[in-house]
Design a binder for this molecule. Structure first.
Ligand SMILES: Nc1ncnc2c1ncn2[C@@H]1O[C@H](COP(=O)(O)OP(=O)(O)OP(=O)(O)O)[C@@H](O)[C@H]1O
Ligand code: SF4
Ligand SMILES: [Mg+2]
Length: 333
C-alpha cells in the first residue's frame, strides 16, 4: 500500500479555487517532485497535506490515505500527533515559519521533546548534532542564538533541521533550496538524500528548478491552474512528456548541451476565482481542439504515466476520432 494516496483533492479559499483536482501518490522512500508555474497551487496542496490550511478553507478529496489512515476522517487531535512527527514540512519562507522569540536550538529540539519524549538535554544535543551535519559552524553557540541572528541561508538550514529532526515518514519540502547558494544547496540536497536512504523518508519536493528535479526525483507531478496535469517517472515526464504544458515548460528551460533561446510560454494562467470549465491550459495551447471545451480527466499515456489532455483519450475512440477530426479541420489556434 502506498504511504500517501490522494485522489481529486479540492481546496477553496474564499472565492479562489486554489486546488481543483490534484491526485498524488508516494511510496515509502520515494521522492516526487511537484512542479508548475507560480500560483498553480503547489503550496496550498502542501499545506493541506500537513493539515495547516486555515479553518476557512474548504477541503475535500475523493480519497486521501496516509500511512494506512483515512485522512478524510481525521480529527484535530490526531493531526497534532502527525504534524512535525510523521509528516513534516520545510516551508517556502523560513522567516515566517520560525518563532522569533525562541532560540534556534530550542525550536529544533521541541519536536523531539513533544513527539519522542526526549529530555531537554538529549533533545538539545541532537539539535546541535543536526546543525553540525547541515554545515553550520560552531553549532553549540549557534543553537543559543535567535532567528534574527541568522543569515537567510542559515535560517533555511535551521528550518530543514526542524523538519527532519524526528525522521518523518513524509517530508514536504517547499522550495527548500531556492534561497541557498549552490554549494550549500548541494550539501542540503545530499543531506536529504542521505536521510531518505537511512530512514526511508518519502519526499514531496516542490521546486521551480528542473535541474534539481533531475538530480533528486524518482517521479514528477506537474501542476497547472490547480490541477495535476501530468505525472509519471522522472524519465517519462521529462523524456516522453505528454502534456502540452509540460512540453512548453521543458522548452522554456535552458540546456547546456543544446543552447538555444528560451521559449517563454505565451499568455497567463487562468484566474482561479473563475477557472475555465474546460481544459485549464486551453487558452495557451497550440494543440487545442473543439473537445477541449470539456474538462479532460487524467488519462493513461503509458505505464504509470498520466496526462490530463484529450490528445491521450483512448477509451472512447468515437470521441477521440471526433476530436482528431476537429483538429484536422482547423481547430488549432
Ligand atoms: N491564504 C490564502 N488566501 C487566499 N488565496 C490564497 C491563499 N494562499 C494561496 N492563495 C491563492 O491560491 C492559489 C495557489 O497559490 P499557491 O501559493 O499554492 O501557489 P504556488 O504554486 O505555491 O506558487 P509559487 O510557485 O509562487 O509558490 C493562488 O491563486 C494564490 O493567490
Ligand atoms: S486538452 Fe486540449 S487544450 Fe488542453 S492541453 Fe490537451 S490539447 Fe491542449
Ligand atoms: Mg508556493
Amino acid at each position: 500500500m502506498s504511504l500517501l494516496k490522494l485522489r481529486s483533492l479540492q481546496v477553496s479559499i474564499g472565492p479562489v479555487k486554489a486546488v481543483r483536482d490534484v491526485s498524488l501518490s508516494l511510496e515509502a522512500g520515494e521522492c516526487r517532485a511537484l512542479v508548475g508555474e507560480s500560483g498553480c497551487g503547489k503550496s496550498v496542496t502542501a499545506m493541506t497535506l500537513l493539515g495547516l490550511m486555515p479553518n476557512a478553507a474548504k477541503i475535500s478529496a475523493e480519497e486521501w490515505w496516509f500511512a494506512g489512515r483515512d485522512m478524510t476522517q481525521i480529527k484535530e487531535r490526531e493531526w497534532r500527533q502527525l504534524q512535525g512527527n510523521q509528516i513534516a514540512m520545510i516551508f517556502q519562507n523560513p522567516m515566517t515559519a520560525l518563532d522569533p522569540t525562541q532560540t534556534i536550538g530550542a525550536q529544533i529540539a521541541e519536536p523531539l521533546r513533544i513527539h519522542k519524549g526526549l529530555s531537554r538535554r538529549e533533545a538539545k544535543m541532537r539539535a546541535i548534532a543536526l546543525l553540525e551535519r547541515l554545515a553550520i559552524a560552531n553549532p553549540a553557540q549557534r543553537a543559543e542564538q535567535y532567528p534574527f541572528e541568522f543569515s537567510g541561508g542559515m535560517l533555511q538550514r535551521a528550518m530543514i533541521a526542524m523538519a527532519v529532526v524526528c525522521e518523518p515518514e513524509l517530508l514536504i519540502a517547499d522550495e527548500p533550496t531556492t534561497a541557498l547558494d549552490v554549494t550549500v544547496q548541494a550539501e542540503v540536497l545530499s543531506l536529504l538524500q542521505e536521510m531518505r536512504e537511512s530512514s526511508g523518508t518519502a519526499m514531496l519536493f516542490i521546486t521551480h528548478d528542473l535541474g534539481v528535479v533531475a538530480e533528486i526525483a524518482d517521479s514528477v507531478s506537474v501542476m497547472y491552474a490547480g490541477q495535476t496535469v501530468e505525472s509519471g517517472s522522472l524519465h517519462d515526464v521529462f523524456s516522453r512528456e505528454a502534456h502540452p504544458y509540460t512540453q512548453a515548460l521543458k522548452r522554456a528551460v535552458p540546456s547546456l548541451e543544446n543552447p538555444k533561446p528560451l521559449e517563454a510560454i505565451a499568455g497567463t494562467p487562468p484566474d482561479l476565482r473563475q477557472p475555465p470549465s474546460g481544459c485549464g491550459f486551453a487558452a495557451r495551447c497550440s494543440k487545442r481542439m473543439a473537445i477541449c471545451e470539456e474538462s479532460p480527466p487524467l488519462m493513461s499515456c503509458g505505464e504509470d504515466h498520466l496526462a490530463r489532455c484529450w490528445l491521450w483519450h483512448k477509451d472512447h475512440p468515437e470521441r477521440w476520432r471526433e476530436a482528431e477530426a476537429v483538429s484536422l479541420l482547423g481547430g488549432k489556434l
